[in-house]
Write a protein that binds this ligand. Structure first.
Ligand code: 5AD
Ligand code: SF4
Length: 465
């Protein structure tokens, strides 16, 4: 299995459908790569362009405008995007009408003018904080000028733009609550591509959640690069992440609430206590540890030790005994020796993560690690270590799912199971996938399922009538 196959669905490239707009004159094809934040940003872009008269198509070949919302987190993500841009350039050159190609997101921010000057791959380059400027940039590009805006902002949160919901299932949606990252983990390009941390007004977040609920959504994931460092200050006081969770959970008791991604340093007891108190806050925390070795964690500039991380795990289990925990792990970071790697495996055994996203270290230009340390673990060794981490996690994930066999689980139905439309696919509060035969339920229903067996990746069962 390669590490790409382990990427969550949200990390695979996918095109998105816009709702029909009868007065539209131009068509847009938009494709998103990378984290959920990019998918959420594409909904903001779609909303901005809908006002400009665009409707979408899932056929790149027939679009007037092709936008690719990109990810720069690892080199292989960038290689894939470049390949796609080459494909679109061919489509453009063969088209008998004028076609514009735009690159959005983190790669646009990282490579800036390089796309226009050296590579001549695209017509428009727009960074993550400049989407409001898209209409002007497109007009400029239509008149044959190179058009670029990669300014980062300390304030932009797009709080007033109602996103056009693009995801396919109509049941689970995303709401961005903060943007940017101030942590400066030494391996990470995000602080350079997404800028400083800023949080959105809680009332506008609540309103967006309520609108989503009224549109039929039954679950929302609050998004941010660093969701638990959410902090909004106004003249009436300061709202922290725990306050925001409480506000939404109380106002919308029938909406399931998830959030991603959390940094261990901000996972406070307050957040855990609020999670424990409200049944509609899902019992699932994604808490990237990255490494189990203190010297590696220090070079990574993560701001905690493995003991401190384990203390947070203890707190989660104390306040929320049934909480599922997942993580991110990087193998082969600068200076990681075999005993550091063993410490990562040991930490995994101590925590017993329900799920993990696992990656080989990929050096990124301009990051602290690139400037300060040598990328000295050979690729083959990074790969071997990754395979060991994956093999261990596979067993842990299997055991974690087995624990549910014989229990009853509330499941939110997201849609047909991939393998057969005679079965539903949904998730329980802990984010485990549950597959069960259809009776008279519908998508978006929450039903009680008796779990009869499990696989490496899913639970199987029958609805309790
Ligand atoms: N190389 C490999 N993995 C990385 N991540 C971030 N930057 C890098 C990099 N340079 C991983 C981290 C992070 C996740 C989103 O991606 O594990 O938590
Ligand atoms: Fe990158 Fe670290 Fe910020 Fe996450 S917390 S986005 S890994 S700098």
């Amino acid at each position: 299995m390669n590490s790409n196959e382990l990427l969550p669905e949200a990390l695979q490239g996918s095109s998105l459908k816009l709702k029909d707009n009868p007065s539209a004159t131009k068509t847009l094809f938009i494709e998103s790569y990378g984290c959920q934040m990019n998918f959420s940003d594409s909904e903001i872009v779609a909303s901005i362009l809908q006002n400009e008269g665009y409707t979408t198509t899932t056929q790149a070949g027939s679009a007037d405008l092709i936008l690719v919302n990109t990810c720069a987190i690892r080199d292989n993500a960038e290689i894939r995007v470049r390949q796609r841009l080459q494909d679109y350039k061919k489509i453009k050159s063969k088209s008998d009408k004028p076609v514009l190609i735009g690159v959005l997101g983190c790669m646009a921010e990282r490579l800036k003018k390089q796309f226009l000057e050296e590579e001549r791959l695209v017509d428009v380059v727009v960074g993550p904080d400049a989407y409001r400027d898209l209409p002007r940039l497109l007009h400029e590009a239509e008149s044959g000028r190179q058009s670029i805006n990669v300014l980062l902002s300390k304030e932009e949160t797009y709080a007033d733009i109602a996103p056009l919901r693009l995801d396919q299932n109509g049941v689970s949606g995303f709401v961005s609550i903060m943007r940017g990252c101030d942590n400066m983990c030494s391996f990470c390009v995000v602080p350079f591509t997404r800028g400083r941390e800023r949080s959105r007004d809680p009332q506008s977040i609540l309103q967006e959640c309520e609108d989503a609920y009224n549109q039929g959504y039954r679950e929302i994931t609050l998004l941010g690069q660093n969701v638990d460092s959410y902090k909004f200050s106004s003249n009436t006081g300061i709202a922290l992440f725990s306050d925001l969770l409480k506000l939404i959970a109380e106002h919308l008791p029938n909406l399931w609430i998830r959030f991603s991604t959390s940094h261990p340093k901000d996972m406070t007891d307050d957040v855990l206590q609020v999670m424990a108190l409200y049944p509609n806050i899902c019992k699932y925390i994604h808490l990237p540890v990255q490494s189990g070795s203190d010297s590696v964690l220090e070079r990574m500039n993560r701001g905690y030790t493995s003991a401190w991380y384990l203390n947070r795990i203890k707190a989660i289990r104390h306040f929320i005994p049934d909480c599922a925990i997942s993580t991110d792990i990087i193998t082969g970071f600068c200076g990681e020796n075999p005993s550091d790697h063993q410490e990562t495996l040991q930490l995994m055994k101590t925590v017993n993560f329900d799920f993990a996203y696992m990656f080989m270290y990929s050096e990124r230009p301009k990051t602290l690690a690139e400037r300060k340390y040598t990328d000295d673990v050979p690729e083959t060794e990074k790969h071997i270590r990754l395979q060991e981490v994956i093999a261990l996690q596979r067993e842990h994930s299997k055991n974690a799912l087995q624990k549910y066999v014989g229990t009853n689980q509330w499941v939110l139905i997201e849609g047909d199971s991939k393998k057969s439309n005679a079965f539903w696919m949904g998730r329980n509060s802990q984010n485990a996938v549950v597959i069960f035969p259809k009776l008279d339920e519908k998508k978006g229903d929450r039903v009680n399922v008796s779990i009869t067996s499990s696989t490496y990746t899913a639970l199987l069962g029958n609805r309790i009538l």
